[in-house]
Write a new protein. Sequence first.
Length: 252
Amino acid sequence: MRHYGLFGGVPATNDPALLKLIEGYGRGLKKPPIPGASDTWAIGRVDLADGVVVDQPLSWADIDHDIAFAGRILDLMGLKSGDLCFYSFLYGQSAQFWPFMKATYDRGGHMGSGMPTAWDSYRLETYLRLFKMKLHFGASSALLDGLEGAGHDIAKVFSSAETVVAFPGAWERLAAKGLKPWRVFWLGPTLAVDLCDGGGGRFDTGQWTLENEGGDILITSAPSRLGQFQRARTGAQGEIRQVDGEPRYFAS
């Protein structure tokens, strides 16, 4: 992981009145109303095809769009106030995961988080053993390797989660155990979430355009976004089909 961080607009001052204006800003919750404050919310990391890694600058408007889309996905699973969720991601993946966490927060949900690694799988197992979980988002093969390596039955571990959203590799292993996970796919700067209802992977069609070129998925950002992508090769493969009047991603 090369980089990722919040920055911009924090004045070099100890004036309590000025500091009051930017309450919450350090947590990425709102843009500070300071004249001249940066419109950049963060710099994220994007992994593209063939090992290409690029920066993804995000504006406050961008992150608001991303949070709104994440909220629509959470609404589809019926997340409500008081529900407990666990997100598994690496720090360099925060630009893609933060919108889901903020949308959870906005709905009154409670959260835990950890890394999608074998070493950190004990943290997820502890949460799933002690609590009834509404959602685990980000199951990976490495997480499952860690759980099974420690002697856990992954079917039993995940049985306390109402909805599990898993990446390819982990999804197949969980499905083989009789679970019914949703699927999530990396599409470079964004994610597509498949409810496994036959409708394909949902992504924010107002912010991203996907194209199929010889089976490879290319992504283009909306002109309004701070970080621009023009037919960037995501490394994902599949096709784009229209479902319910909108394009959806179907993995090959």
